[in-house]
Design a protein around this ligand. Structure first.
Ligand SMILES: Cc1ncc(COP(=O)(O)O)c(C=O)c1O
Length: 506
């Protein structure tokens, strides 16, 4: 502090905070105001601590008495965070919790989190392995990779070897790592899960959008893909990777085997790699069986899965990537493992041992997965039937726990109420009807006035409620009685939506 200049900051350039800067021997000195402009990042002013050396130069042993100025603006990299927003789904969840904490009622239909209890055998495995605290192999322990490979054979009829399996902390991280490894330009359907586009942006890769439509159940069609590819080639692009999500978030729709084959043929012809996000595979609830895209295009498909949805273990962060059974696929597994070892090291050790039970084929665990899928299906279908009754356009869901209704037919009535887009519609529903839903634009929907509505959290706010709901369903699996006797808030949601549609008709 001898020269009145703090090391690392130009003279007089401090944070602009009213902090006292001084030395014991000289007494307090006047506050110095910042002459460096704080760096605007998404409307926020960002400041960060200076490196250690600044603190050392002001260490109390050298005479500093008060809090010493030690902030300066962050300089964000161009490639990394610019334009990145917090995940729409996570931020609405936080907002709803805030509103609840403030004593407000909100019907939470905005978050896609399966909330049924942890299966006792899996919970027990986690507890038994709590002392496992060493780093484990980056791709996962060998016995787990073997169990997962066998699981994919048993459940999805895929021929998978253990070295095709890479585990990670949630499929989100593995999708990101795979996007990092593959292709320079990525094709993403519209609408699609909120996270794909931000991940591709983070990697600084361009996106080619391929629109999907309610008439074709929001499924990617080869014609639309062909057009998107042509346009992209015309712009000098060369998309090499397509992301598919089946069953899909936000629409809940699912590709049938007949729809998979032509798309697989097209991808093979165009030499497109496919990242097939099948995290909702075991929540499918139609008569049509779920078939993995890897079955149709094994040499070009990376299948993504995990435990977050079918076993309600989102917070445990466990995901799986199954790479193609080819030389290239093995090279991808190595690349993913290298990323894993340099970024997250490995999945938490106790979680890996618990996952061993989840993937073991244990009959009780398998029965539980099916039970949960049935409960999700009843809750989701209730909302879908409600939309149909109210005359709202909505494509029938076949899996996951989402519906994607569109209120476009009331465009004029909405405009008359000052509602011009889906964000305003979501806000109106929250403020006037206490319903939290996500705007379709968060999923890059092509149409206006769509909402993503999730059935996953309602009437499942606490662990006790989750336990009670499972017990009740085991006792009496009749869908009507399950809703009528155990879903008071879901029934309220029906009332509130009814009032909203009445409002629009007035
Ligand atoms: C389509 C889709 N993929 C992946 C994920 C992420 O799952 P995980 O918990 O495995 O990261 C989600 C979670 O909401 C999702 O909706």
């Amino acid at each position: 502090m001898r020269s009145g200049k703090i090391r690392g900051i130009p003279s007089g350039a401090t944070s602009g905070r009213d902090e006292e800067v001084g030395c014991r021997d000289r007494g307090p000195r006047p506050v110095q105001r910042n002459r460096l402009k704080p760096y605007p990042y998404q409307g926020f002013w960002c400041i960060l601590p200076l490196p250690d050396r600044t603190l050392r130069s002001c260490h109390p042993s050298q005479g500093a008495t008060a809090v010493v100025e030690r902030f300066r603006p962050i300089r964000f990299s161009r490639a990394g965070v610019r334009g990145l927003q917090v995940s729409a789904t996570l931020s609405i969840n936080d907002r709803v919790k805030e509103l609840w904490a403030a004593g407000q009622n909100v019907y939470h239909l905005a978050f896609g989190e399966s909330r049924f209890p942890v299966h006792p055998k899996i919970a027990d495995a986690l507890c038994r392995n709590v002392q496992k605290r060493c780093y484990l192999p980056a791709a996962g322990i060998p016995e787990l990779r073997k169990a997962i490979a066998e699981h994919y054979g048993r459940v999805f009829d895929l021929d998978v070897a253990p070295d095709q399996v890479v585990t990670g902390p949630g499929s989100k991280s593995l999708i990101f790592a795979t996007l990092q490894c593959l292709g320079e330009e990525i094709i993403i359907p519209q609408p699609s899960w909120v996270t794909y586009a931000p991940q591709v942006h983070l990697l600084g890769k361009p996106i080619t959008w391929v629109p999907t439509y309610p008439e074709s159940h929001y499924l990617v069609e080869t014609d639309a893909l062909q057009v998107a590819l042509q346009e992209s080639h015309h712009d000098m692009g060369n998309p090499e990777v397509l992301i598919l999500n089946n069953p899909g978030n936000p629409t809940g729709t699912m590709r049938s085997p007949e729809q998979n084959q032509p798309l697989a043929d097209f991808c093979r012809e165009q030499e497109l790699m496919v990242i097939s996000d099948e995290i909702y595979a075991r929540t499918a609830f139609t008569d049509i069986p779920f078939v993995s895209f890897g079955k149709y295009y094994p040499e070009g498909t990376v299948v993504m899965g995990g435990l977050s949805k079918d076993l309600s273990l989102g917070g445990w962060r466990f995901g799986v990537a199954v790479v193609p059974p080819t030389k290239g696929g093995r090279a991808l597994a190595t690349a993913l493992t290298n990323i894993a070892s340099n970024v997250w090291s490995c999945v938490a050790a106790p979680v890996q041992y618990a996952a061993l039970v989840a993937y073991s084929g244990d009959s009780e665990v398998e029965e539980y997965v099916k039970l949960c899928a049935r409960m999700h299906s009843i809750r989701t279908r209730y909302l879908y039937d409600l939309m149909v009754q109210l005359g709202v356009q909505c494509v029938e869901p076949s899996g996951a726990f989402y519906i994607f209704p569109c209120f476009d037919q009331w465009r004029d009535a909405l405009h008359a109420r000052g509602i011009h887009n889906d964000k305003e519609l979501a806000l109106h529903l929250l403020e006037k009807y206490e319903i939290a839903a996500l705007p379709g634009s968060a999923f890059h929907a092509v149409r206006n006035f769509c909402l993503r509505i999730s059935s996953s959290c309602i009437d499942l706010a606490t662990d006790d409620q989750a336990d009670a709901l499972v017990a009740a369903f085991r006792d009496d699996p009749d869908p009507k009685r399950f809703i009528r006797n155990h879903h008071p808030r879901l029934q309220k949601v029906a009332e509130r939506f009814g009032e909203f549609i009445e409002e629009l008709k007035r």
